[in-house]
Design a protein. Structure first.
Length: 229
């Protein structure tokens, strides 16, 4: 009996080691952009052929997908695909947002499972430029434009008028952390001297957020007679 107990304990120890190290998911999308799709890949090399494959997760930690079929309650949110072999399968989170992060996700194959938090570090996610408001005003010969936006990381912006490009004055109003993710609320300001350059034309703000380029038309300047249209 003692020998049998020792054998059972040894087998259980081996099983625990196999379970701990034989299945794991990772973020497969190298640079996650909020508002686009993000893919998680589960590697389960000890998974038996024909075993049920599942994904759990989200804020409510529900069963999301089972063997390629996802919960009909989220028809446009999740997609499950097996890749390369029976030992790898994906969960694609469509239109990923802050509400999809800072919560647990589990991939499972048969009795094997792995759970981890979905969080992004400072280097592999982008919060795309979201314009909150912009305003223009003219006083004497000066035209001021102010654009407020949420974004991460901090953008590099210039403003152009006709064929002239000017640097902008950017200030961080808030550093926000929502569901474990950071983004900034920034104000970008430029004061344009209409007497020095021209009293009419289009102002265009251009920003780079990592490799993403954004162009915003911030206003049509017409102050030759003291008006701005």
């Amino acid at each position: 009996i003692v020998t049998m107990i020792k054998c059972i304990n040894a087998l259980l120890s081996i099983l625990i080691i196999v379970c701990d190290g034989s299945i794991r998911w990772e973020i497969a999308t190298k640079s996650v952009i909020f508002g686009q799709d993000a893919r998680l890949t589960c590697h389960s090399y000890a998974c038996s052929q024909g075993s049920l494959k599942k994904w759990f997760g989200g804020k409510r930690y529900n069963l999301l997908c089972l063997d390629g079929t996802c919960d009909p309650a989220y028809p446009a949110k999740y997609e499950m695909v097996s890749r390369e072999s029976d030992y790898q399968f994906d969960l694609t989170i469509k239109n990923i947002s802050l509400t999809d992060t800072d919560c647990s996700y589990t991939c499972a194959c048969g009795f094997l499972k792995y759970t981890n938090m979905l969080v992004f570090d400072d280097f592999n996610f982008t919060y795309p430029l979201e314009v909150l408001q912009y305003s223009n005003k003219t006083e004497d010969n000066l035209f001021e434009t102010v654009v407020s936006m949420n974004v991460y990381p901090l953008p590099v912006c210039v403003i152009s008028f006709q064929d002239i490009t000017f640097p902008t004055n950017m200030s961080v109003r808030n550093a926000n952390v929502v569901d474990g993710m950071k983004f900034y609320t920034v104000d970008i300001q430029h004061i344009f001297d209409t007497e020095r350059y021209s009293c009419k034309g289009h102002l265009k703000l251009s920003c780079e957020v990592r490799s993403i380029h954004y162009t915003l038309n911030t206003g049509k300047l017409y102050s030759c007679k003291g008006y701005m249209l």
